[in-house]
Design a protein around this ligand. Structure first.
Ligand code: T5A
Length: 214
């Protein structure tokens, strides 16, 4: 007998909104309930996708920049590997997948903030991830300035900013507005969570937002 397909939960939001923190706390709840799961992230999650993550976040050359189109394709090349080698096998084995960023990040960053054509982006996402419909998306909403203050305090940042963190305030305001617009378009899939609360309060909202999936 094949296991029922697992649930696919994505966590989205601006930089430093607390997605990774909340993904780990949610994973602990699944473990305590005896639910099989994987915790993963985008861009990344497989050896090739992690290589692409390093490139797309930190590529630097005095001879060329990553074009918006290349950025879109690199994100979705990583996504295709991730979906085929990690996400789909887990879902088909009945495991829940908790994914720190997924396709809505492409729509918010490459679409709303970089200003690329949305229909084209959606078509690329369909090619990379059309086989993996998302059951629930948790959008952690926070003004970009607050997210940056948090990210700055992280030891791993220590002045080593990536291409996105260096993109400027206006870019990140568009990212935030983009995410909120996406949530309005699909209220059945999205839950918007106030990320400016204490970690345990955000966690309580997360549990309420996924409660109907158990
Ligand atoms: N991208 C990604 C695209 O452009 N297109 C795409 O298709 C995809 C998939 C990925 C970059 O790639 C872009 C978007 C991104 O710019 P990343 O490093 O994964 O880069 O970026 P983030 O997801 O933003 O990673 P962060 O670690 O910065 O943010 P998180 O995960 O939201 O935040 P977290 O949990 O690490 O917390 C940050 C700090 O705040 C504290 C934590 O302890 C930590 O120190 N914190 C809180 N402090 C106070 N109150 C709370 N409630 C807190 N919650 C966490």
């Amino acid at each position: 007998m094949t296991a029922p397909r697992g649930k696919f939960i994505t966590l989205e939001g601006p930089e430093g909104a607390g997605k990774s923190t909340q993904a780990k706390l949610l994973a602990e709840v699944l473990a305590a309930r005896g639910i099989g799961y994987i915790l993963t992230r985008e861009p990344g999650g497989t050896p090739l996708a992690e290589e692409l993550r390093r490139l797309v976040k930190h590529f630097k050359s005095d001879r060329e920049e990553i074009t918006p189109e290349s950025e879109l394709f690199l994100m979705n090349a990583a996504r295709s590997q991730h979906v085929q080698y990690k996400i789909l096998p887990a879902l088909n084995a009945g495991k829940w997948v908790i994914c720190d960023r997924f396709s809505d990040s492409t729509l918010a960053y490459q679409g709303f903030a970089r200003g690329m054509d949305m229909a084209g982006i959606k078509s690329v996402i369909r090619m990379a991830a059309g086989c993996c419909p998302i059951d629930r998306t948790l959008l952690f909403d926070l003004p970009p300035e607050a997210g940056f203050r948090r990210a700055e305090r992280r030891e791993s940042t220590a002045g080593n900013y990536d291409r996105f963190e260096l993109a400027g305030g206006e870019f990140h305001r568009k990212v935030r507005q983009g995410f909120l617009a996406l949530a309005e378009e699909e209220p059945a899939r999205f839950r918007v969570i106030r990320a400016d609360q204490a970690i345990h309060e955000v966690h309580a909202d997360v549990l309420e937002a996924v409660n109907d999936l158990f």
